[in-house]
Design a protein around this ligand. Structure first.
Ligand code: PLP
Length: 633
């Protein structure tokens, strides 16, 4: 007997799903914006609503109130820690725009975040322009990181003049001259920060880029230069913020504590140098538990949000109290942890390729080679033989029959028969694996090498670029039929024709595994998969590999009685759109095709009616979705 609850634990939903995702008794993944107790909406209902509104798969679904809730949770957790530890400063979060620049996301963060004075972090002129126009709250911070030219500095000074708290974080020594010069020219007192380069290293994916070799931040000598320059220009009083960022997705809380300790040493000495400071910005790094393992592995984290906040607040107050230094306003730049949960990529499965014997005859046909005979006997004697021995024999004979084929001594029909027998032997061996106390090493990869390939209607490069670029693990699972036991071990391929366009690394409670359990697909019924926790970084790092464009993006808002409202629907790129991104003009393409068709009419290859049909189809395609579209029934 298999239940929906078994599926929930198989896919680790309670581990990575936080309060937002769960499996109901009918075997459907549900989304909830508050907590387990409040209304839960099945994703399948939302998909049906999307299809009724003309949005075919794939779709990126944003759940607006999950984003709201994340912002509340981060702010509330800091407020609780501050309260509990009698910290005499406040918390001000800023969202780093680079993590998700989409207009609707930034608008929601600034609108909902206003009650907490949640601000924005900008790493370029373009991002600063977003921040300056989206924020009106004089209590919220804008933190400018990254390389800054004169124009960048002027923009930021205008923001200060308008009454916004816009900090320039000095990352390289050359910037300070520009800031001094421009603030004089515009007669604005700048709000200056310094980015220190900590020697503390962090575990996880960004290990190599942390510590002394990190790309950004001032070395100790450069820091002293900046202070002396500010003193010379009588501007040390403008130095109000100290910033550090030791890496993203920091899995181990110990690295965070060590970072805070080291940063406080700098903070104390900058104070002693005479800088007023008052703001301590700890950057990003708050990790998301993508695997649900609660461990210090790269795609997990060994701490909770509450623990993160308490450790930071406690670390700062302990370090500064010893020197009688006022508690600063704490800023963090959590990107990933703010937006990851609020987006889900949904797609349908188009086809499955099995590594199974297609059909086996009752008996071997006459006149087969000795090798085919041998592999056949290996199959017949499977039950009487050691599993490993059967596998070894099958592998050996398949090698031999391939040799015979290359030499022209057996035909492709016989090769197909022998390979079918081979697959049957290996599949039977795989079914025996659960009976082993210890699976022999050579058989351990059997599951992986016989895994089915499920072809999903999406592009890895467009929608999950980090899965390709840095082997990021995201929770992936069917969003329905979870009351049925998934019988197949699978990997997932996308529809780009790139052999890298596949997902073969999955999360489980122990960390990671190479295959995912999936159901047989049914005729006349779509099989939908969801990729979860994709709200951070994936949308804008994506590219146009094979010219698959942006998917449709739909934002929903859930209400307390289990209904939802579609608050925003953005149509994905059409084929004409993606062609224009690579400098084609759809109109010209159409015109060139028309000329081709007209010459074909002239040459008598097609008639005028056929020409019209072709032109119409060409035009429809230009306006259509770049992904696989089911024929309308
Ligand atoms: C990328 C980045 C962040 C965001 O980091 P997360 O780990 O996503 O929270 C914050 N600050 C700076 C300076 C960054 O470069």
């Amino acid at each position: 007997m298999w239940s929906a609850a078994d599926s929930a634990s198989l896919y680790g939903v309670p581990d990575w799903g936080s309060d937002y995702f769960s499996v109901d008794e009918r075997g459907q993944v549900c989304v909830s914006a508050n907590n387990g107790a409040s209304a839960q909406v099945p994703l399948l209902d939302i998909i049906q609503g999307l299809e009724q509104r003309g949005h075919a798969m794939p779709v990126l679904l944003r759940i607006e109130n999950i984003l709201d809730r994340r912002i509340s949770q981060i702010n509330q957790s800091f407020a609780d820690a501050i309260d509990k530890l009698n910290y005499r400063g406040q918390y001000r979060g800023v969202f780093p725009i680079k993590v998700n620049q989409q207009c609707h996301v930034i608008e929601e963060i600034t609108k909902f975040g206003q009650q907490f004075h949640h601000g924005l972090e900008a790493g370029s002129k373009a991002e600063l322009i977003i921040a300056m126009s989206q924020l009106q709250d004089p209590e919220a911070c804008i933190v400018c990181n990254g390389y800054k030219d004169t124009e960048f500095v002027q923009l930021g000074l205008h923001a200060v003049k308008l009454g916004l708290k816009c900090f320039f974080v000095v990352e390289t020594p050359s910037e300070i001259a520009t800031i001094i010069e421009q603030s004089r020219a515009l007669d604005v007192e700048p709000m200056i920060g310094v980015r220190v380069k900590l020697s503390s290293k962090v575990e996880g994916h960004w290990y190599e880029d942390s510590g002394d070799r990190s790309l950004f931040g001032l070395s100790t000598a450069q820091l002293i230069d900046v202070i002396d320059t500010l003193k010379q220009h009588k501007m040390l009083h403008c130095l109000q913020l100290m910033h550090f960022h030791i890496g993203s997705q920091i899995p181990n809380i110990r690295n965070i504590r060590t970072g805070v300790q080291e940063a406080c040493r700098y903070y104390v000495d900058l104070k002693n140098e005479g800088a007023p400071l008052g703001y301590l910005d700890l950057g990003g790094g708050l990790a998301v538990d993508y695997t649900g393992a609660s461990s210090n592995e790269t795609h997990s984290r060994n701490y909770s949000l509450e623990e993160y906040c308490v450790d930071i607040v406690e670390g700062i107050s302990e370090a500064l109290d010893a020197h009688n230094i006022e508690h600063p306003i704490i800023i963090t730049e959590s990107g990933r942890a703010t937006v990851a949960y609020s987006s889900v990529l949904l797609f349908n499965v188009l086809e499955v390729s099995h590594f199974r014997a297609h059909s086996l005859p009752e008996a071997l046909p006459e006149h087969t080679s000795e090798i085919t005979n041998n592999i056949w006997l290996t199959l017949k004697n499977f039950d009487k033989t050691d599993v490993q021995e059967s596998c070894n024999d099958a592998i050996h004979y398949r090698e031999e029959i391939r040799q015979l084929f290359k030499q022209g001594r057996v035909n492709v029909r016989e090769l197909a028969l022998a390979e079918n027998i081979y697959l049957e032997i290996l599949q039977r061996a795989r079914r025996e694996l659960p009976k082993f106390k210890r699976v022999p090493q050579e058989l351990q990869n059997l599951d992986e090498s016989l895994a089915d390939i499920y072809y999903g209607n999406f592009s890895l490069f467009q929608s999950l670029p980090d899965a390709w670029a840095i082997d990021q693990v995201f929770p992936i699972m069917p969003i329905h039929r979870l009351d049925e036991k998934p019988q197949n071990s699978a990997v997932i391929a996308d529809i780009t024709c790139d052999s890298d366009g596949k997902i073969d690394l999955f999360a489980n409670a122990d960390g990671e595994q190479r295959t995912l359990a999936l159901h047989d697909i049914k005729e006349n019924q779509e099989y939908y998969l969801g990729v979860f926790l994709v709200g951070a970084y994936q949308e804008t790092l994506g590219d146009l590999h094979n010219l698959f464009g942006d998917t449709h993006v739909v934002s929903v808002r859930l209400d307390s009685d289990g209904n939802y409202e579609m608050v925003e629907e953005i149509h994905g790129d059409s084929i004409g759109d993606v062609l224009s991104y690579v400098e084609y003009t759809p109109k010209e393409l159409y015109e060139k095709f028309r000329v081709n068709a007209e010459s074909a009419v002239k040459a008598g290859k097609i008639n005028v009616g056929q020409r019209q049909t072709m032109l119409k189809a060409f035009k429809t395609s230009l306006e259509g979705y770049t992904y696989f579209e089911r024929e309308e029934s």
